[in-house]
Design a protein around this ligand. Structure first.
Ligand SMILES: [Ca+2]
Length: 581
């Protein structure tokens, strides 16, 4: 593998062909990485006239990936509620490029991860849903291609693709969704125990791998956090991080879903009805040690007692749940941001910062009370958009912002091209390299295809597909029990509250979007109807499987066993409420 050719794409479409052989290995030596990279960047910017110059080293790649991290919970994205400060992710944005419209083709954990690995839509990589899909690890993936080109590859943390990882020299993953406290993990196939908080452990394992790597070869590390996935359990040091702040409410917390169709009313993902006693911390996580239990009770105990006494009802109760939800969710974010800080500090202290391309992203967006919801799955903005920040010194101008339609489909092509490798034709994304250099090609995508499959399933979001442009969104709910279209004008209706489908003044727009949707489905070879493997089996799965992990709690809030407490989420249709005293 060390003798293969790698090529450096340059402006103007030319390529520099570099034999990476023993004779050129001197440029892989430690200590000179940033100088070499600076020259690489100069080559990118200077154009093809420099062909034939000496061999350059491809960048290290640190890919930091969170689970369900809403862009609203990154201060660099400027949510008007100013929910949390994330100084370390903000640093990446300040020193690199923030993407404001990075979209996912299927807004849910497993499918999104499969797309990152393959650069393909769910129908092309075979991973449609979290309920019964299994990742086919024999297919071509980003880590396999980088590894074959000489990269050292590793993944630490959340995997969630059922089959074992392939293409990594080292992998240490959480089984399934993983747990927050004292999580067991699987290291290259062997189950291992850990004590501590999951985000810290994933960070420390990542750092340990970085420290033991071979310094003379580039690395590709996927640091995949479990946080801030449901049920949003913060590091114990972050309990009370917000000083009992009352969070500003989103405008649509009490959305009545008028102006839209049956699917939006049918869903089961509201703070009001769906959030249960585990989510709201009226049940203890099973894994806590006595010391951890003490810290947990010291925070939640008196607050839960005050809640019981207050006997809140109606909207007051929803507001309380929203506030508890944000304390917990944002507490998880605090540790993720600290993790980013520790990783960046390592790069600084080891002299790797300038020779390392750093990505921060999440597997999808998430609702933080907008439309009364938590969770994701929809083609609507909060779940469709995922945060994306990339730092690559010498290539990306610091403080850049990009508003083009980009996608996690583009991650694999981008990182391959950054490494000087060709992008397989089967990948459906496109390299972001020109965008990173501040030049959006004239033929960059103006529309994006979305398709969600997991129904019936957790949270009861009906299957749908659609086309998204800078301004419009055409959506088709195609389950027999729903079967309707929607059209949103984001310029006039950024909260996506009123479908204008069928209105005469939108007839031309609608016609064009329908044609574009059909074109995209043809071009992307979307099966019609859905293939059998996209279907959920059995027809009505138990909730809390797949996407919805339930740490089985053993003790009630007070530390004493209470029969009936801590059961997994109730079956669909039965809306869990906070337990009354
Ligand atoms: Ca997720």
């Amino acid at each position: 593998m060390h003798k293969r050719i790698w090529s450096l794409p340059v402006r103007g479409g030319g390529e520099l062909q570099h034999p990476r052989s023993r004779a050129t290995s001197r440029v892989f030596g430690s200590g000179c990485g940033w100088l070499v990279l600076s020259t690489v960047a100069a080559l990118f910017l200077a154009g093809p006239s420099l062909a034939g110059t000496e061999v350059r080293r491809p960048p290290n790649i640190l890919f930091i990936f969170a689970d369900d991290h809403a862009y609203q919970a990154i201060s660099a994205y400027g949510d008007p509620r100013r929910l949390v400060e994330t100084p370390n992710i903000d640093r990446l944005a300040r020193e690199g490029m923030r993407f404001d419209r990075c979209l996912v083709p299927n807004s849910i954990c497993g499918p999104s991860r499969a797309t990152v690995l393959t650069g393909k839509y769910s129908h092309a990589n075979g991973f449609y849903n979290n309920t019964n899909s299994r990742f086919d690890g024999s297919q071509t993936t980003l880590p396999k291609l980088l590894r074959a080109a000489g990269y050292q590859t590793a993944i630490v943390g959340k995997w969630h693709l059922v089959t074992d990882p392939t293409g990594f020299d080292y992998w240490e993953i959480l089984p399934g969704q993983g747990v927050y406290y004292n999580p067991p993990m699987i290291r290259n196939g062997q189950r291992v125990k850990h004590q501590g908080y999951v985000t810290d452990i994933v960070t420390e394992l990542s750092l340990a791998w970085l420290r033991q790597r071979e310094p003379n070869r580039p690395f590709f590390l996927m640091c995949h956090h479990k946080a801030p996935h449901r049920s949003w359990e913060p590091a114990l040091r972050h309990l009370g991080h917000d000083g009992d702040r009352q969070y500003p409410l989103p405008e649509t917390l009490f959305d009545d879903y008028s102006g839209r169709g049956k699917a939006e009313r049918h869903q089961d993902m509201t703070i009001a009805r769906t959030m249960n006693e585990i989510d709201l911390k009226f049940v203890l996580p099973r894994q806590l040690t006595p010391e951890q239990l003490q810290a947990w009770n010291a925070y939640y105990g008196p607050r839960n007692e005050a809640f019981r006494k207050a006997n809140l009802q109606g909207r007051d109760l929803v507001r309380w749940k929203y506030n508890r939800y944000l304390h917990d969710y944002l507490g998880c974010i605090k540790a993720v941001d600290e993790s980013v800080g520790r990783l960046l500090r390592f790069l600084d202290e080891s002299g790797l910062a300038a020779s390392t391309l750093v990505v921060y992203s999440s597997d999808q967006g998430f609702y933080l009370g907008e439309h009364g919801w938590f969770d994701k799955r929809w083609i609507f903005e909060e779940s469709l958009r995922t945060p994306l920040v990339i730092r690559w010194p010498g290539v990306i101008a610091p403080g850049s912002v990009n508003r083009d339609l980009v996608a996690n489909l583009d991650f694999a092509p981008t990182l391959l091209e950054a490494a000087g490798l060709s992008v397989p034709g089967e990948m459906q994304g496109r390299s972001l390299l020109p965008l990173l250099q501040g030049r959006t090609p004239a033929d960059w995508r103006k529309s994006f295809y979305y398709h969600y499959y997991e129904y019936p399933g957790p949270h009861d979001v009906a299957r749908h597909y659609g086309v998204v442009t800078a301004r419009y969104k055409l959506v088709r709910f195609y389950e027999p029990e729903f079967d309707y279209w929607e059209l949103f004008d984001l310029e006039k209706d950024p909260r996506e509250l009123t479908s204008v489908y069928g209105r005469p003044e939108y007839a031309q727009v609608q016609k064009e979007l329908e044609a574009e949707l059909a074109r995209l489905r043809r071009e992307l070879k979307v099966p019609d109807p859905d293939p059998p493997e996209a279907a959920i089996r059995p027809a009505k799965p138990k909730p809390a499987k797949g996407e919805l992990p339930r740490p089985k709690p053993a003790r009630s809030q007070g530390g004493k066993p209470k029969p009936g407490k801590g059961k997994p989420a109730k079956p669909q249709g039965a809306k869990a409420e906070v337990q009354r005293p």
